[in-house]
Each structure stands twice: as structure tokens, then as C-alpha cells.
Design a protein. Structure first.
Length: 400
């Protein structure tokens, strides 16, 4: 394996994770070796001196160039330019930090900005004075979908009143019948006369027994028709457009569609032995929904987001996909590319690897670790080797 080298050092975990995620989005494999220590023993993080973001040796120059375009990530010695620096912490400040654990954010900010720095290369010492922060009111934000409010009107009002000016695209919150992500699509399968629900689940993480073909029926007897995504989008877009016209959103803000990939409902609601036959039918119905949306909403007002949570569970080898054989990755990647290409040029499109679990946890990198994560809410288990995501690294870049 290619050796990993340090691309940047950070004095806090959030900054390191943001930098690593940014490199991932640009197709550069990156890890934070100290992640687990800092995340589980955050009060001991000062002992680490710095959080390292490491990349492959051949990527280090490109990584540093990319990070240089962002907010300053790692500090350098003002005398020699080396990034091999550390912070001096006296016993007094150490005791103070422990005493102020209940005020961790205050303590972290205080120590970070006011402590003495030492350069390991030239032995230069200096006091790091507090630097002006970027105005938080101007920082762009991206919402990835669900917002637990009563309806789209409540979501749009809440967003407009708080962060509306900072959004380039605005989702409707996936409220009402859509609040359980793909749960509402279960009814679409239930209405098919050619399908009947089984009596047993095929895997632990499955809310209901899957559907199978009814006796004497085949996939040719299935017609999904309207899925409902276009209907909901058109209704919410009208509410969004009215608020934008009233100046509550930026004049060029887009309406953000957060859609599950067709694979998610098919894999969740169909038995293993029919998924390969059902998938093309459901994908065709989903693409017809997009066509209907584009007929009703101007292209210039649309931003698309494909939620790829289910695909991520397959990349992590949590469940088999029998119709795809031993290596489902090529088929899944080709499918995601096809869905991305279904969004015309000039639109904004992205992939969102979001797990709709306890608190909508986003997948975070953990290097090559094999730590098992369990959701206390539903016992969903996932194993996270970061290198499994290399085939789709950078797939979520906006298309302009």
C-alpha cells in the first residue's frame, strides 16, 4: 500500500473532519488517524497536540493546494514556515481546562487562540493572538433534506426566517407522508396486483416482510404509474416560489429536490429473487417523475439531490444483493452515474450519502478501521472501511 503522509494539522476535531471531507469530495483519499481518540475522549484532545489529515504520498501536493484555498487549516511558524509546531500549556492552564470541562467550547477557543506556540524546526516561540473569524452570517449552508416540522409551509417559513439568505437551494423538508424517507413508497408496491407480501423478513434491518410475485404473475404485469414525487414537488415549489418572490430567499435560489435512488425502495420492499426484475420498472417510473417535474418547474429553478444511503450499506457489505453477484459495486456506480446523467446540464446535482437513522447521521470517514457502529434506535449495524468509498469519491460534486 502507498504510504500516507501528513497533508495538514488542525488543533480541533471539527476542522480536521471538514478538511478530510473536502478532500474526499475532490477525489483524494484522506484519513484522520486520531479521529476515534478525539471523538471518544474529547477532553483529552489537547494531549494530541494536533489532528493530522493524511493522504497518499502522491496526492499530498494536490491536497495542500486544495486546502490552501479554504480557511487556513494548519498553522505554520512565522519564522521558518514549518508546520511542525506545538502549543505550550502550563500546569495552570491544564488545571483550568479540566475545571472548565462543562464549558468545553469556551475552553477550547481560549486555549487555541491565546496560548504560546513553539516551532520544532527553528525553536521560534510566539503568542497566537485571536484572529477575526469569518462572519457566520455570510457562510453558505446546504440542507440535505428532512426537517421535522408539520408541513412544507412550516419548513419554508422557518428556513426563510433563519438561514434563508445563506442557501443556494432550498428543500421542502420531506414532511407529512414523506417524513419516513422511503416509507411512503411501500404503498406503491402494495397497490400492485402482481405483488403479494411475504410472511418473513429476509434480513434483520427490514421493517416489513418483502413483496414477491403473486402466483401466475410476472414483472410484465407490474405498472408502477405515478410514484408521487412529482405531485409533492410541484405543490412545494409553489410555496417556495411565493416566498422567493417576496424576497425571503435569494432571487436566484433554487428549489431542491431530495429523491431516494430507485434502488432504495426496490431493495427495501422486494424479495431478493425479484429485485433484478423489478428495478428497471421502478427506475423507469422514477425518471418519468423527473420528466413531469421538469414540465411543471423551470429548469433554472431546480436542484437535484439523490440520497444514496442504501447504496452505502451495500458498499459496506452489510447485506447481499444476489442479483448483482459477489461484486455489486460496478452496477451500483453505473446506476448512480445514469441517475446523475438524467439531470440535464445546467442543473445542480449531487449525491448525498446520508443515513436516515438516529438524528440523520452523515457517514463520516474512519480511515481503514473496521469498527462496528450500531444505531440504538433500530439496531442497524454498519462497518466502515473508508477505502470502500473510493470508487465514488467526488461523485457528489455539483454539476454546473
Amino acid at each position: 500500500m502507498t504510504d500516507l503522509v501528513v497533508a495538514a494539522r488542525y488543533f480541533d476535531l471539527p476542522s480536521a473532519m471538514v478538511a478530510r471531507s473536502y478532500l474526499d469530495s475532490q477525489g483524494i483519499f484522506a484519513v484522520t488517524p486520531e479521529y476515534h481518540f478525539a471523538a471518544t475522549n474529547w477532553h483529552m484532545m489537547f494531549a494530541l497536540q494536533a489532528m493530522r489529515v493524511m493522504v497518499r504520498e502522491e496526492d499530498v501536493l494536490a491536497a495542500r493546494e486544495l486546502l490552501a484555498t479554504q480557511e487556513p487549516g494548519w498553522e505554520t511558524c512565522p519564522a521558518c514556515g514549518s508546520d511542525r509546531i506545538y502549543r505550550h500549556k502550563s500546569l495552570i492552564w491544564g488545571a483550568l481546562s479540566i475545571f472548565m470541562l462543562v464549558m468545553a467550547h469556551v475552553a477550547t477557543a481560549f486555549v487555541r487562540h491565546r496560548t504560546k506556540r513553539h516551532c520544532r524546526e527553528c525553536l521560534h516561540e510566539w503568542i497566537d493572538e485571536m484572529k477575526p473569524e469569518t462572519d457566520p452570517e455570510q457562510t453558505p449552508l446546504l440542507l440535505v433534506g428532512s426537517i421535522p416540522l408539520h408541513d412544507a409551509d412550516a419548513v419554508l417559513d422557518a428556513v426563510a426566517d433563519t438561514i434563508g439568505a445563506r442557501l443556494a437551494s432550498v428543500p421542502d423538508g420531506e414532511t407529512g407522508v414523506r417524513s419516513n424517507w422511503i416509507g411512503w413508497q411501500h404503498a406503491v408496491f402494495a397497490l400492485q396486483d402482481a405483488l403479494e407480501q411475504g410472511t418473513e423478513k429476509e434480513r434483520a434491518y427490514q421493517l416489513n416482510p418483502p413483496y414477491r410475485l403473486a402466483p401466475g404473475k410476472s414483472a410484465a404485469d407490474i405498472d408502477f404509474g405515478e410514484l408521487g414525487f412529482a405531485r409533492e414537488a410541484i405543490k412545494s415549489y409553489a410555496a417556495f416560489a411565493a416566498r422567493r418572490a417576496a424576497g425571503r430567499f435569494a432571487h436566484d435560489a433554487r428549489f431542491q429536490l431530495c429523491l431516494p435512488t430507485p434502488f432504495a425502495p426496490v431493495f427495501s420492499f422486494c424479495a431478493y429473487d425479484i429485485q433484478g426484475d423489478i428495478y428497471p420498472l421502478y427506475e423507469r417510473a422514477m425518471l418519468m417523475e423527473i420528466d413531469a417535474i421538469r414540465l411543471a418547474i423551470p429548469d433554472r429553478d431546480l436542484a437535484f439531490q439523490w440520497d444514496v444511503a442504501t447504496e452505502m450499506s451495500i458498499f459496506e457489505e452489510l447485506h447481499p444483493v444476489p442479483f448483482l453477484g459477489d461484486d455489486p459495486t460496478p452496477w451500483l456506480i453505473a446506476t448512480l452515474a445514469r441517475l446523475g446523467n438524467a439531470v440535464p446540464d445546467g442543473h445542480h446535482a449531487r449525491l448525498s450519502p446520508v443515513l436516515r437513522l438516529n438524528g440523520q447521521q452523515a457517514l463520516e470517514g474512519t480511515g481503514r478501521s473496521r469498527h462496528l457502529r450500531v444505531c440504538r434506535q433500530c439496531d442497524f449495524k454498519r462497518r466502515r472501511p473508508a477505502d470502500r468509498f473510493l470508487p465514488c469519491a467526488g461523485a457528489g460534486r455539483p454539476r454546473r
